[in-house]
Write a protein that binds this ligand. Structure first.
Ligand code: MG
Length: 162
């Protein structure tokens, strides 16, 4: 059966933090990165929620609570790997993933190929299955003021009932 999954996430930006997007470390001139309990990879978090949504298995906060010291500074790639390795996703296979990152700065266009490569490797699918787009918010709202970066993800997967 085919299943749609949808995910959204937002993290605040702050100084002296690394900026991780889709499992890729993005260099920043001012040292601003995303704030969170884990590595705060907002794109991977939206994608993980889309994966979980496609099989109605809750959300990232239920799987990896941000109150759990075990996840302090955690690599979000490990979160996605653990979800994909779950017994209930044994027959789950990604057909395509389409993502939008909303960030005023840094300009993400030069990093899109590396992010797509990273996601294709995590899902073990060809690169044409992975779409990543970046937009600004035209200076509006928290993302436009560079107070936060947000991400949306939608995917289609083939699976069997769990
Ligand atoms: Mg998050």
């Amino acid at each position: 059966m085919l299943r749609i999954g949808h995910g959204y996430d937002l993290h605040r930006l702050g100084p002296e933090r690394a900026l991780w997007l889709g499992g890729v470390r993005i260099p920043t001139a001012d040292g601003y990165g995303l704030i969170g309990h884990s590595d705060a990879d907002v794109l991977l978090h939206a994608i993980i929620d889309a994966v979980l949504g496609s099989v109605a298995l809750g959300d990232i906060g239920q799987w990896f609570p941000d109150t759990d010291p075990a996840y302090l500074g955690a690599d979000s790639k490990q979160f996605l790997r653990r979800v994909l390795e779950d017994e209930r996703l044994r027959n789950w296979r990604l057909q395509n993933l389409d993502c939008t990152i909303i960030a005023e700065r840094p300009k993400l266009a030069p990093h899109i190929p590396a992010i797509r490569d990273s996601l294709a490797a995590l899902f073990q699918v060809p690169i044409f299955c992975i779409s990543v787009k970046a937009k600004t918010n035209e200076g509006m709202d928290a993302t436009g003021r560079r107070e936060a970066i947000a991400a949306w993800a939608v995917l289609l997967a083939e699976t069997q009932p769990v």
